[in-house]
Design a protein around this ligand. Structure first.
Ligand SMILES: *Cc1c(COP(=O)(O)O)cnc(C)c1O
Length: 376
């Protein structure tokens, strides 16, 4: 069985974690600040704030911006539910805006029709690892005074016009779940150039307790104040040590993901009816996922039948994603449903994600291609 994605853990990673186990710090210690520093350097952002998951990172971003009840946030339908749930955590209202048919990224041309006097933020999702059209998104954000957030959980190491993800929006979100580019088991990060946002998120991840130790020293070492309602979204030193070790290998992981994608591209160029998503010339893809659209008109087999056939042949496939606005929670609470985002809904009938992870061998890749060729 070849899974659709999985982590790569080597002896260096294991050693890094064991060293922390033998140290004085298990949770917030020196590895937290070190991981934030090397991560910020890698993406080229001023600040990085580490938290316990990508979902916590999204929540912290909504908090930092100050999303509150009645605020509206523009979101794409083709994403993991967490990209949208974070708006609801803060009492805000997600407003779904449709995607481009060829990339399945938020379509800048559709956004303006969704903007009202209540709109505060746009959350752009770099779906599959392809950066959104940030120049167009920035123009819209500036015109309407909106904060631009990038959910770059799929796109660590991707580039847009030569700039890495992590710097493309006001707040940039990453996840370290085992299927993502680097892992800490669970984990997340927000990068920003805005010191105020970074401060707010550091307080938010620690119960809303101010962490200004200068102030603490002045007023007695026992003294602290809770200045707002926060959560325990801290990450452990154990996990940060793993993150630091994994980040060193990111260039190697990315190189392999791109090699696998190049081989798939080549194979599917001659398989009509198996259509990979489009990659824009101004972007460097990070290939968290490799997604193809199954054109049942050309093939006589549809996505669902191909899915079943590949599972039977031991190929781990998946569908990313059921459009978020079609989930019962959003239908019930926000009155969404079919027809709201027709491009996303049509794509959903056709998409399938095929195996993509750095440890795939060349023969694994050929086995996937062979299984697809003989299924259609
Ligand atoms: C993985 C993911 C998240 C959530 O990250 P977790 O670390 O699993 O909480 C959010 N958005 C997108 C697009 C993701 O792929």
């Amino acid at each position: 069985m070849i899974p659709y994605g999985r982590q790569t853990i080597d002896e260096d990673d294991i050693k890094a974690v064991v060293e922390v186990l033998r140290s004085d710090w298990l949770t917030t210690g020196p590895k937290v600040a070190e991981f934030e520093k090397v991560f910020a350097q890698y993406v080229g952002a001023k600040y990085a704030v580490v938290v316990s998951s990508g979902t916590a990172a999204l929540h912290a971003a909504m908090y930092a911006i100050g999303i509150k009840p009645c605020d509206e946030v523009i979101v794409p339908p083709i994403t993991f539910a967490a990209s949208v749930n974070c708006v609801v955590y803060q009492g805000g209202t997600p407003v779904f805006s449709d995607v481009e048919p060829d990339t399945l990224l938020l379509d800048p041309d559709q956004i303006e029709t969704k903007i009202t006097s209540k709109t505060k933020t746009i959350i752009a999702v770099d779906y599959a690892g392809h950066p959104c059209d940030y120049d167009s998104l920035r123009k819209i954000a500036d015109k309407y005074n909106l904060v631009l957030v990038a959910d770059a959980c799929h796109a660590l190491g991707a580039e847009y016009k030569g700039e890495k993800t992590g710097t493309l929006a006001d707040l940039n979100i990453f996840s370290f779940h085992p299927v993502k580019h680097i892992t800490t088991g669970e984990g997340g990060m927000i990068t920003t150039d805005n010191a105020d946002y970074a401060d707010r998120m550091r307080i938010f991840r620690n119960h809303g307790i101010t962490t200004d130790h200068h102030q603490r020293e002045k007023q007695g070492s026992w003294f602290y104040e809770m200045t707002d309602l926060g959560y325990n979204y801290r990450m452990t030193d154990l996990q940060c040590a793993l993150g630091i070790s994994q980040l060193r290998k990111l260039p190697k992981f990315l190189k392999r993901r791109r090699e696998i994608a190049a081989r798939y591209d080549e194979a599917f160029a001659s398989l009509s009816g198996i259509n990979p998503l489009v990659v824009r010339h101004d972007s460097l893809h990070a290939y968290h996922l490799y997604v193809v659209r199954v054109d049942s008109g050309a093939l006589g087999i549809d996505r669902t039948a191909l899915f079943t056939s590949l599972c039977e042949r031991g190929i781990g496939v998946n569908v990313h994603y059921i459009p978020v606005h079609l989930h019962p929670f959003y239908r019930d609470k926000f009155n969404t449903g079919p027809g709201l985002c027709p491009v996303a809904e049509a794509a959903y009938e056709q998409i399938i994600s095929i195996p993509m992870f750095p440890e795939m061998s060349d023969s694994d890749i050929e086995a996937v291609i062979e299984a697809i060729s003989t299924s259609i």
